[in-house]
Design a protein around this ligand. Structure first.
Ligand code: B3K
Ligand code: ZN
Length: 899
């Protein structure tokens, strides 16, 4: 049997579960790694010289060495210069074991790989005109035999040899040599002085153009900054470069972190499984997260580029200099880095707006994950395929856990804690325990109970009741916590939860005198207090409260929990119009919207006509006053006027009634459009569409409010407004306004809109067919259309030349937008959407298991639907399960969903 056959997964074997409790230090470590890549069309030859030595920390001296390896063809293997014979080693499933290994030795392996045939986009692969790599988490084993685990850190030197039609040859670290090679080829040698795990390795070879800039660090060192792209994209790099420089400065100022190499490079790649990758000194990005210019990129796109560039850059310290001991510790780097990039964006733009965006994402997607079959704590105990654990929980909930630590410690102590963490663990592979210990040591705080957030999954529920005593002028808040069971744990111990609160009186925030507590000095005012809930039930008493207040609870969403308090509508209107906490003003607007939608749903579910529905004047007046509130950031007005999304309402529901949610929400939106027509018209017509585009927070806010107004106005179905929308489509000077108008035309159910949408879509494609990222937006807008017959449209678009079923961005734009973002159509037609999705997953299972597994999400939620839908969804999961040769990725998600 050849090595290739040996390393293929055995189909009849049930994939193995990996447990955190089984962690053992590696028997060998690797001092240096010298790699040589000979790239030819169709195959690449990889020579790897590893300097191995026994790990002094291992329990017993190792006498054999098992290296990971997958899809490799072994050409030769030599130990200290002696070629090994077949008796000296043995192939296992995705590994090779070498017997009788000494204390220290050099191992040279030569292997062949086929990047052109690699459709998993993991390891070394080809994307359009270039070769590139993606190694996290376990892709390096598809490049060469290695100890592919993050606690093995080595110093890499890499030589890339290729034809001269690939003039740019890159790897990690500094360029130390380059020149001519045999047969009119050329080479480049890179050396990375920082030892790193294999998952941070990167290589790129291609015909790339680049822009160049430089950054002077806080100690005066000059760093060259380069962004490499295909030549056609050279005009879309400026925004990423600006974002990079801003990130470098911010990390120096806020965390005291200086960049450490003389060069920092970003390469944009069109075929990429996720957003980007933080390889040391050589970040590789999905084109969607680096390219931006006003004509082709929406505001959301600009913001995403800024956020992802920052995120990957911040990993240089939180991830690379200090890395993870094992993959159970993934949130050590991801949660912390998401927290860092989110604070960066908050500092550069609007803090409240960023918070609203982050919390919306968390509450729809992460809360749903935490309530579903794949629920896991931010430090999981087990996995089958680690790629399945790059989740909303590890990333976004992980970031919330760090945010709570920052809240509990206060700014100064939190910074002391992170300083200690970086200093203590520089160059090491560590655990989340180590992180919390550094914070506890630096601040003197006891975080032992807090650590339960790392090991218990599920979204905690808080039940709040209050009591006001006029005579004693005491106001008490009683808070009960509980947490529903999750697969890994049935009964939960109480969490340590920071709950930021204020009390609203008739003339504004009341001063707070919490019994038995110091005032909260950090905020510099006494109207804001962080309560620390540690017991299952606790009462907090405020003294000298002169009137019955409206409590403003969980300000800034200070903990990732579901809070229940019996707010009256009048309370919510007070909070929405004048809470000093901007986040809670938005939250009140969402609660009000929800109440209205629930009311409409009850009518719909009784079979009555929603057209007759009315909203009372007080509620309309409250929304009107938001529209007229000059003190509010326009982006906040836009968010406050946007009703809770269908996805959020579905997450809150016990059983999701897809049609009731969709039609009730639409009905409320229509009423608001009618009642607030004048105000929306005012906003829309006041906007100057001829102004030059800027991606500043203010300009983005103004556009978002104006386009929210347009969205409401289009619900009125008036020809004149439809024409105005089409005019915006035709004349806008930026993609945000073009897409906003196109989306409205496509979703408006009126004859004129249908006609104009058809011609706008044709025009759009005609104009942008050569811009892949713009074509993705064109696919997305069609796949997201809430009007009937969208599934047929999606199927026909799969045959369109614009579609490429191997490109993850195209799959996300067409398939995921439909299945994940278009509930009313995905769940229609007696399961046709479910069958369609299962068909896609079955194809992708062999082609690109990571993408296949990601696409499964909507089917994993089957238990939340009506019995009929449950049956249909489950049947599709079973059909997938019955496929021969299921990848570990798909097997894990499907089997856990069916369990
Ligand atoms: N660390 C990478 C994610 C890798 C995903 C591998 N399946 C990007 C990031 O979080 O920055
Ligand atoms: Zn990350």
């Amino acid at each position: 049997m050849t090595a290739v056959e040996q390393s293929l997964p055995a189909n009849n074997l049930q994939p193995k579960t990996i447990y955190l409790k089984d962690y053992q230090v590696p028997g060998y470590l690797i001092k240096t790694t010298d790699l040589r890549f000979e790239i030819y069309e169709g195959e690449t030859i990889v020579s790897a010289m590893l300097h191995l030595y026994r790990n002094p920390a291992a329990q017993a001296p190792a006498t054999q060495l098992t290296l990971h390896g997958a899809d490799l063809e072994l050409v030769s293997i030599a130990l200290d210069g002696k070629i090994l014979s077949a008796d000296d080693y043995e192939f296992g499933e995705e590994n090779i074991t070498i017997f009788n290994t000494p204390a220290e030795f050099k191992l040279l392996t030569i292997t062949k790989i086929k990047p052109e045939a690699n459709t998993s986009l993991e390891g070394l692969y080809r994307s359009r005109t270039m070769y590139c790599t993606q190694c996290e988490a376990e892709g390096f084993r598809k490049i060469t035999y290695y100890l592919d685990r993050p606690d093995v850190m080595s110093e890499f030197t890499t030589t890339v040899v290729a034809d001269k039609k690939y003039p740019v040859l890159l790897s990690n670290g500094n360029l130390i040599d380059q020149g001519e090679a045999d047969n009119d080829r050329h080479f480049a040698t890179w050396h990375d002085p920082f030892k790193k795990p294999a998952y941070l390795f990167a290589l790129v070879a291609g015909d790339l153009a680049h822009i160049e800039d430089s950054f002077t660090t806080c100690t005066g060192r000059e760093v060259a900054l380069k962004i490499f792209v295909e030549p056609k994209d050279l005009d879309k790099c400026e925004h990423a470069m600006t974002s990079l420089k801003n990130s470098m400065r911010w990390d120096e100022q806020v965390y005291g972190r200086e960049y450490d190499l003389n060069i920092f490079m970003i390469v944009a790649v069109d075929d990429f499984n996720m957003g980007a990758m933080e390889n040391k000194g050589l970040n590789i990005f999905n084109t969607s997260c680096v390219l931006a210019k006003p004509e082709t990129t929406t505001d959301a796109g600009f913001q995403r580029v800024e956020g992802v560039v920052a995120h990957e850059y911040f990993h240089n310290w939180s991830g690379n200099r200090v890395t993870c001991r094992d993959w159970f510790q993934l949130s050590l780097k991801e949660g912390f880095t998401v927290y860092r990039d989110s604070e960066f964006s908050a500092d550069l733009g609007s803090r409240t707006v960023k918070r609203v965006e982050d919390v919306s994402l968390l509450r729809t997607l992460q809360f749903a994950e935490d309530a579903g079959p794949m629920a896991h704590p931010i430090r999981p105990e087990s996995y089958i395929e680690i790629s399945n654990f790059y989740t909303m929980t590890i990333y976004e909930k992980g970031a919330e856990i760090i945010r709570m630590l920052a809240t509990l410690l206060g700014k100064e102590n939190f910074r002391k804690g992170t300083d200690l963490y970086f200093e203590r663990h520089d160059g090491q592979a560590v655990t989340t325990e180590d992180f919390v210990a550094a914070l506890a040591d630096a601040s003197g705080r006891d975080l032992s109970q807090f650590k339960r957030w790392y090991s218990q999954a599920g979204t905690p529920r808080l039940q709040v009741t209050d009591h006001y005593d006029e005579n004693t002028q005491e106001y008490s808040l009683t808070i009960k916590q509980s947490c529903p069971p999750t697969p890994e744990c049935q009964t939960k111990l109480p969490f340590h939860i920071p709950i930021a609160v204020g009390l609203l009186g008739s003339a504004g925030d009341l001063p707070l005198y919490l019994k038995d507590a110091e005032p909260d000095f950090e905020t510099g005012d006494n109207t804001h207090q962080v309560l620390e809930l540690t017991a299952a039930e606790q009462t907090f008493v405020f003294q000298r409260v002169q009137e019955k207040p409206v409590p403003s609870l969980l300000r800034g969403f200070s903990a990732p929990v579901k809070l229940q308090y019996g707010y009256s509508r009048a309370d919510l209107i007070v909070l929405m119009s004048r809470d000093s906490d901007g986040f809670n003003r938005w939250e009140a607007s969402q609660q009000l919207g929800l109440q209205a939608i629930y009311f409409a749903m009850s009518i719909y579910q009784r079979g009555e006509n929603l057209a007759a529905l009315q909203l009372d004047a007080e509620l309309i007046a409250a929304y009107r006053s938001v529209l007229q509130d000059e003190s509010l950031d326009k982006a906040m007005v836009a968010y406050m006027l946007s009703l809770p999304t269908e996805a959020y309402i579905s997450e809150l529901a016990e059983v999701v009634d897809v049609e009731a949610i969709h039609h009730s929400r639409s009905a409320i939106r229509k009423i608001l459009a009618r009642e607030l027509r004048t105000e929306f018209m005012g906003i829309y017509t006041a906007y100057d569409h001829t102004q030059a585009y800027a991606a500043t927070a203010d300009a983005i806010a103004a556009r978002s409010l104006k386009n929210v107004a347009l969205g409401y106005l289009m619900l009125l179905g008036e020809d004149e407004l439809i024409r105005a929308c089409e005019q915006q489509y035709r004349t806008a000077n930026n993609m945000t306004d073009v897409m906003a108008a196109l989306t409205q035309l496509v979703n408006t159910d009126a004859p004129l809109a249908h006609t104009l949408a058809e011609s706008a879509l044709a025009d759009f494609y005609q104009r942008w067919q050569d811009e892949s990222l713009v074509v993705n937006q064109w696919l997305m807008v069609q796949a997201s259309c809430a009007l009937p017959n969208t599934l047929a449209k999606v199927k026909s678009l799969q045959q369109h030349p614009a579609y490429d079923g191997k490109n993850p961005n195209k799959i996300r734009a067409l398939i995921a937008s439909f299945c994940n973002g278009n509930a009313i159509n995905f769940h229609a037609d007696a399961g046709a959407g479910y069958a369609f999705l299962a068909d896609q997953i079955i194809v992708l299972n062999t082609q690109n298991p990571q993408i296949a597994s990601r696409l499964l999400t909507p089917l994993t939620k089957w238990k939340k639907y009506s019995p009929e839908r449950q049956g249909l969804m489950k049947a599709e999961l079973e059909r997938i399960m019955a496929e021969p040769a299921l990848s570990k990725d798909v097997f894990e998600v499907v089997s856990k969903s069916l369990a």
